[in-house]
Design a protein around this ligand. Sequence first.
Ligand code: 6YU
Length: 501
Amino acid sequence: EGSGPRVVAVGAGLAGLGAAQRLRGHGSLRLLEAAARVGGRVCTRPFASGLAEMGAHWIHGPSPGNPVFCLASQYGLLSPEAAREENQQVEAGGHPPLPSVTYGSSGKVLNPKAVREARDLFYALLASTRAFQGSKEPPWPSVGQYVRAEIARTVPTMAGGQEDARRLQLAVLAACLKLECCISGTHSMDLVGLEPFGEYVSLPGLDCTFPGGYSSLAERLLSDLPEGTVLFNKAVRTIHWQGSFREEGDDGGRVFPVRVECEDGDVFLADHVIVTVPLGFLKERHQELFQPPLPERKAQAIRNLGFGTNNKIFLEFEQPFWEPEQQLLEVVWEDESPLEEPDADLEANWFKKLIGFVVLQPPEQHGHVLCGFIAGKESEHMETLSDAEVLSAMTHVLRTMTGNLDLPAPRSVLRSRWHSAPYTRGSYSYVAVGSSGDDIDVLAQPLPEDPRDPRPLQLLFAGEATHRTFYSTTHGALLSGWREAERLNQLFQAPVPAPQS
Ligand code: 6YU
């Protein structure tokens, strides 16, 4: 394998592929991937007559500051519409305005003006959370508690004091909180820290999708790597570091500080290992994954940061029951209020956590397909059900919401199960109550900690959860891979220090 530095990356998602793309130097590079494909949480599957994104869906903020957008444009993977200059300048603040219809559980379409009023209030409250960034004493620990306290303050004057209208406003606000749970990938906004919430940065640009699937980006990155760089079905079990390891039967040969053991018994010796496994996997397995164990500060950051579940449910219909211009079908359970305790009976009511459906565009490509979103414990419960049970619950929701008890059931269903996925264990990270952006930086810190260690950068950490302002996104993942590749490139370029006397 030559005498240059040996680098191993664990995981071939966008962080691992990004690192591989940028790594220079004359050493060798191996990417060990547990799955049989690249992409990780970027995962496109065939469904109906088109494609279903099981993981990442949009490029959030497609504009020149977004490296995923830049790469995808450069590779010609986007539609001309998506790449238009005007689209790049739209400031949607992470909540793109799709043409929508909002159904209520009484079986009627809700008054758009009333819905808008409640939603405007919600987004104003959400925007006001930014004021607490860096604050030593935020009024509440979590985004959820703060928003609900503010809602409680406005209740007396809400909807001009009219009881029915006020109830509706509260029901829409409850739906807004569920949507926010999907966006943050959390069970409840009460788990998301208020003070650090404003650190997440949304880029300008009207969110767009990949006509050939998000996986086309991962596959393109793979095709640029030398053949054989990625080894599939190679789950890493243990990473031994701070050691002195030699290849078997090579007593006089090179000594490596790191030894990577795979579940199938294969072993890789390395000078540097870039760990890109999801935070959910680290939470569950970091104690066995690293020998010696990670320093306490790092372990604490892994425990502190949040990693929740957001899943998708794709439904294919014979015929659309929605209007052609509608792109978002929202559902509101009219008896709910953010000021009351949420229903805890998962089995009976899990489907009420679903926020509604995005209509896949264009129907000529996808067929008549809706993509539902559901977060939290209800979403994790959904993963335990059969396809038939999910399909039947979704049919019930749609019949309730449209008031049409004869609405034909969907023809087929496909859903993601990110919480059960053994090498992911959830969807993406958030900054939980009790943690802060500093935990993200601690997670990203390479090891050993001492920069004067004679064998520096044995372990490097990348992945969406290690990006302080773009966590939970594909561009955060890609940038984190580039960042760690650059760290190694710097090391490889640096002159070897003269021995100290
Ligand atoms: C985005 C979007 N999007 C929906 C859903 C999900 C995610 N994201 P990877 O996991 O990819 O790679 C690690 C690899 O390691 C993997 O292949 C494993 O198999 C492998 N591995 C693990 N253990 C191993 C072992 N032991 N040995 C060997 N290999 C091992 N992002 O930009 N747009 O629309 C969405 C969405 C359902 C699940 C998303 C979206 C998140 C991205 O998918 C994700 O960040 C990256 O793909 C991760 O790449 P990676 O390389 O780090 O890990 C204010 C505020 C709020 C903050 N949030 C706002 C932002 C909203 C985020 N929105 C997401 C929404 C959707 C719909």
